[in-house]
Design a protein around this ligand. Sequence first.
Ligand code: HSE
Length: 300
Amino acid sequence: MVRVQVPASTANLGPGFDCLGMALNLYNIVEITETPAGLDIEITGLGNDSIPRNKANIVYKSAMHVFNKAGYNPPGLKIKLNNNIPVSRGLGSSASAIVGGVVAANKICGNILSTYQLLEIAVKIEGHPDNVTPALLGGITVHARFQEDIHYLKIIPPAELKAAAAIPDFHLSTKSARKALPGRLDFADAVFNVERTALLVAALQKGELQHLELAMEDRLHQQYRESMIPGMKKVFAAAKLAGARGVAVSGAGPTLIALADKNQKYIAGEMQKAFQQCGIQADLAVLELSPDGARELKTI
Ligand code: HSE
């Protein structure tokens, strides 16, 4: 039996559309055991009423990709999932399921595949690397794709960097949130994001959080998704007023995430209140960054 813990993640961090991600200390646990025959899937926690318990299950499908690539043929599998990451809320729940499946399967077949091969498989399944990479590696990740290759680097986050999130009580699929994006962009908007992404990476690397307010601004995706996240601008304003260093849509939304070095609980509460004033119920989450990505939990 192999048991793997995989962090939630927040993608984009404002301007870093499809290229930045950060692991958060909210975890799903994926446990896979080889059995003599068949497939048995047990799910506890979030999504247990909606996640398939058959061969359509994403953890199963991801594990099978690894087994096939490694030439390993388990006669049967028992998969146990304990989910704490809200589903379809922009916190990387599907990336965490995929990463959990590939990492656990690789451990079962004797770590035949490298971390890079696992990343390649996971990105192919998920479609974008920005949740998969931090879920696998932890910390803050930066990546770029060149044809089939993924170039990536991990930044160890400044110790004082924390997060506060407001998680609305509705689902928003990445697929539908991507449909809201335009086919073409204004040159000035592209420059706006290049400037801010560069500033953000340098500020996170150096721990200079005073730059985050400017560095987390975006003009590539958030404005086009605003109509799908009622209250977005009011929640942004409330977070900043409460002391957030920067605030953004988490991934494709609908969760909104603030980065801060203090008063996270207060900031999350103010974000929750602002959502409420716009008629949206939201859970608040006070989060830390997760320096570790997917890792095996050894049973004692
Ligand atoms: N970067 C993606 C998007 C979300 O904003 O559509 C995570 O893959």
